[in-house]
Structures are given as structure tokens and as C-alpha cells.
Write a protein that binds this ligand. Structure first.
Ligand code: PLP
Length: 295
């Protein structure tokens, strides 16, 4: 019997869900013939939880369904009650603020590129981790980023577990002492290695358009609504790489990083080099939305 390794910095008793069973994370096992392992043939979702309630759940669930549909896994997973899995993990978790990771792969089959015929049972896995919210220091100082060419495939709109392009970009950033890589394709901003990127110029908040070239983050629906309420002009449209380099402010959003300022890009200060007024306004509004969610 193989002795399974388990990371020393994770709780081996953390609750997990695998194919209909609840178990400790350290006990969860998947076959080496799983197509997620062999081909990256699977999708995932990350849902933040505040005060034991999933945040922006409708948006995350809708994206999960879109991802499943993109892989033709909709009918094979139609009977799954995603809310029940999420609620089960939240109930068993210790922390008030958590994040849920959900993953679905095509399942276990003889190794062959085309889908197995007949279809096999998809592998459904979920786990919960304590959410470490952005520190006061990072909010006050901002994050560091580097610019990199976007070398990923052309279906970045699918939240696929095949993340090698994202992994290599993030690693390049971290190896250079930065937090994130800001990716551009053919001279235009796409997104971060694991985040959406926002540009503020002359008081206007901007993000690149939804397309096959980036993942439409759930915060791409939340931030414009917050901006509208704050009367900050917002525009979704192409952003040249040169405009990123000349931005007054740069922001980053993701489920776990929430809304954060980027104050250093390629070793040079962004704008004045400190988090700007648009960040402060949106950050406060996002915090208020979380507070209201918990109330
Ligand atoms: C490549 C990529 N783009 C964008 C995002 C932001 O999406 P969300 O706000 O839904 O977390 C993520 C999140 O991890 C991501 O990995």
C-alpha cells in the first residue's frame, strides 16, 4: 500500500468531500488514471465564505455550470446539489471566514485523448480552508507585480484545472520578489496569473473586455456595481499595455485577495507609489458588502 504524502502546513483533519463521501482531507484518494491527473481534463471553482456564508454564491454557481458545460460535463453532474456540498463543508469547518475549493474532472478511464465512450462518472472533490484575508500592511502598502507576455492557450475563459501557463507566470513573479504577474497579449492587458487586473486613469476605473482571453472573475460583476454606487466612472474595454504602465492606480481582484492595490510594477512606482483614492473607495465598499453579508 502506498504511503500517501500530505503537506505539513495543512490540517490533515480538514473536512473534504469526494464522490458523495465526507472524509478528512488527508484521507481523500483519487486514481492515477483520473483524467484530471493525466490530462488536466477538469474544472474548478473557488468560493469565499464570510461569517460561514458563501459570498456571491449565485455568480460562482453560474460560472461552475458554465465551466461544466464547456467540458460537456453538465448532464453527468446534473444531479449534484452544489449548495449542499458547500454547506456541508462550511458546517464542519472551524473558521468563520473560509474558502471552498470545488473540482470536477471527467473521471477515471483508459488513457485516451478523446472522451471515454461510454462516459464515466466524473470525479467530484471539494475542500475548505481558512481564509487569510489581505493583511493591513498589504492593504496600506500595496502589492508588487511584474509584466509578462501571456503565453497561455486561447480558452482562458474556462476555469480549467490545466493551469500550467498561470503557474509559470506566477512563479516567475514570485521568484522576482513580486506577488503577481500582469499578462498582456499582442500589446493588450489580459489579466493576472490568478486575478483580474483593473486600471485607473484620470479617475476612471477600467478593465479588459470579457473574451476567450481571460477568466471573467466574479468580482468583474461586483466591482462595477460598487463603482456605480460610488459614482466612479467605469468602462470595460481594451487596455493597451502602455496604458497599464502609465496608470494612476492598478488594482487586482480575486476571490481570496478580494480587492488589492498594486503599487510597484516592474520595480517602478504605479502613480504616486501608494494606494490611490479609487482603491480606497472600492476597498471600503467591498468591506461594507462583506459586513452586510455577515449581518
Ligand atoms: C486567471 C484568473 N483570472 C481571474 C481570477 C479572478 O476570479 P474571481 O474574482 O472569480 O476569483 C482568477 C481567480 O483565481 C484567476 O485565477
Amino acid at each position: 500500500m502506498t504511503d500517501f504524502l500530505f503537506p505539513a502546513d495543512l490540517d490533515p483533519e480538514a473536512p473534504a468531500y469526494l464522490n458523495g463521501s465526507w472524509l478528512a482531507l488527508s484521507q481523500a484518494r483519487v486514481s492515477v488514471l483520473d483524467r484530471g491527473f493525466l490530462f488536466g481534463d477538469g474544472i474548478y471553482e473557488v468560493v469565499p465564505v464570510y461569517g460561514r456564508k458563501p459570498f456571491a454564491w449565485d455568480g460562482h454557481l453560474a460560472r461552475l455550470h458554465r465551466s461544466l458545460a464547456a467540458l460537456s460535463l453538465e448532464s453527468a453532474t446534473a444531479a449534484i446539489d452544489w449548495a449542499e456540498i458547500v454547506q456541508g463543508l462550511i458546517a464542519q469547518a472551524k473558521a468563520q471566514d473560509q474558502f471552498i475549493y470545488l473540482q470536477v474532472t471527467r473521471g477515471v478511464a483508459r488513457r485516451d485523448h478523446s472522451f471515454p465512450r461510454p462516459a464515466v462518472q466524473p470525479t467530484v472533490f471539494a475542500m475548505v480552508s481558512p481564509l487569510k484575508r489581505p493583511s493591513a500592511q498589504d492593504r496600506a502598502e500595496g502589492l508588487r507585480a511584474i509584466s509578462l507576455p501571456d503565453e497561455r492557450w486561447l480558452r482562458c475563459d474556462i476555469k480549467s484545472v490545466a493551469l500550467l501557463g498561470n503557474v509559470l507566470a506566477r512563479e516567475t513573479a514570485v521568484a522576482q520578489g513580486a506577488h503577481e504577474a500582469i499578462l498582456s497579449r499582442q500589446g493588450f492587458l489580459t489579466e493576472g496569473a490568478a486575478s483580474n487586473i483593473w486600471v485607473v486613469s484620470q479617475g476612471r476605473l477600467r478593465c479588459p473586455p470579457r473574451s476567450n482571453q481571460l477568466l471573467a472573475g466574479i468580482r468583474m460583476s461586483i466591482l462595477p456595481a460598487l463603482a456605480r454606487a460610488l459614482e466612479i466612472p467605469f468602462e470595460e474595454g481594451p487596455i493597451a499595455q502602455t496604458e497599464v504602465l502609465q496608470a494612476d492606480e492598478l488594482l487586482l481582484t480575486s476571490a481570496t485577495k478580494e480587492v488589492m492595490p498594486i503599487t510597484l510594477l516592474d520595480g517602478r512606482p504605479v502613480g504616486t507609489g501608494v494606494p490611490g483614492p479609487v482603491f480606497h473607495a472600492l476597498r471600503a465598499a467591498y468591506d461594507q458588502a462583506i459586513e452586510a453579508h455577515c449581518a
